[in-house]
Design a protein around this ligand. Structure first.
Ligand code: NAD
Length: 334
């Protein structure tokens, strides 16, 4: 237990450390989320990973059996092959007694209104300062600002965290997480220095013992370096950063030919195909979201080992290396 890394985020959401595990399609299930909660960070069940709102209700109950600590649910609003019944998923979240929601994607107004009316705290994850400010006007309790390095959907502005985080910090007044590219204590300290109140990590939490994905996927992300991602759907204005593999390369090649419609790549990118690839453990079988942070991931720790290590590393940097720099000058001036 430490008092060092207390921020507006830890205070507002009642967690020990300024670290979140945000929505991850096909990964954000109860055992991982509960492990994150039990390690003192804030985890989110991914609503749309559950096939039905009823299944989501069961997953929320399962998570509550595994932890007494706060946890949340992610609801992502992006183009999908089959439109999910959002209002029913929202109902499952509210009736499940969840107190924290992470929204992401297209304008979340109706969701935010309903969650707020039920006393639920909302963190909106977005990829542009103007979207953060718009969410703030909707009344969200916190922003998660997601840089171009991120896995999944980085938006179309291509602004990396080094600029996006301080640009957002200049204008956002509610607590703010920095997302995209984070995986260690150095990143946490950098995010705090840039004006954020904590970090959100996705890919790094995928490569832990508790994440229910095949060992082959974890080992591939450990082996990959920072160059091992592709941007797909650029030409469809629904850009997604994914692990570079045989399928992502095929999608990029089709898009490069020009004039591609979603129908031309649907058989390659469908979430169902990705799930089948996972079931076979085949990392070249479908699309898999992963960020540039793969280049900083070298092992498969437990969630607790990971969180403890990041916190210890961050404190050592602040109290050790950075403090020594300041004190050295103070000493010289004296
Ligand atoms: P899906 O099978 O419906 O679609 C697969 C991919 O194609 C998704 O990235 C989706 O955004 C994209 N897509 C679908 N229809 C499209 C269209 N008409 N034009 C352009 N792109 C289109 O999706 P799924 O795998 O069942 O996932 C369900 C939800 O989770 C989607 O909202 C998806 O975007 C989201 N998701 C998020 C992440 C992440 O890392 N944040 C990763 C995968 C999926």
């Amino acid at each position: 237990e430490t008092d060092m890394l207390k921020t507006r985020f830890t205070e507002a959401f009642g967690v020990e450390y300024p670290i979140a595990q945000g929505g991850m399609q096909w990964v954000g299930r109860a055992p991982l989320v509960a492990a994150v909660a039990n390690a003192g960070a804030l985890g989110f069940i991914t609503a749309l990973t559950q096939p039905t709102p009823e299944a989501l209700a069961k997953e929320i109950a399962r998570c509550r059996d595994l932890t007494d600590k706060p946890f949340g649910v992610n609801l992502t609003i992006l183009p999908t092959i089959t439109p999910p019944p959002y209002a029913e998923y929202r109902r499952a979240i509210i009736e499940g007694g969840v107190k924290i929601v992470e929204t992401a994607g297209y304008k979340p107004q109706e969701h935010v209104d309903d969650f707020k009316a039920h006393g639920i705290k909302v963190i909106h994850k977005c990829t542009a300062v103007r979207h953060a400010l718009s969410a703030e006007r909707m009344g969200v309790d916190a922003i998660s600002i997601d840089g171009f390095e991120c896995a999944g959907h980085p938006g179309e502005d291509d602004i990396p965290g080094l600029i996006l985080i301080p640009a957002a910090a200049n204008k956002v007044t509610v607590p703010m997480l920095a997302s995209g590219g984070f995986g260690d204590g150095r990143g946490l300290v950098a995010a705090l220095a840039l004006g954020a109140d904590g970090i959100n990590m996705g890919t790094r939490f995928c490569v832990t013992k508790e994440a229910e994905i095949p060992e082959s996927f974890k080992q591939q992300m450990v082996a990959n370096d920072e160059r091992a991602t592709d941007l797909i759907f650029r030409t469809l204005h629904n850009t997604a950063r994914v692990m570079k593999n045989a399928v992502s390369q095929e999608v990029v090649a089709i898009e490069r030919r020009g004039g591609a419609k979603f129908e031309d790549v649907q058989h390659l990118v469908a979430g169902k195909r990705g799930v089948a690839a996972m079931e076979n453990g085949d990392t070249d079988g479908g699309i898999w979201s992963a960020g540039m942070v793969q280049g900083l991931i070298h092992d498969v720790p437990s969630v607790k080992e990971l969180v403890d290590r990041i916190v210890a590393e961050a404190e050592e940097i602040i109290d050790g290396r950075l403090a020594a720099m300041v004190h050295r000058y103070a000493g010289a001036a004296a």
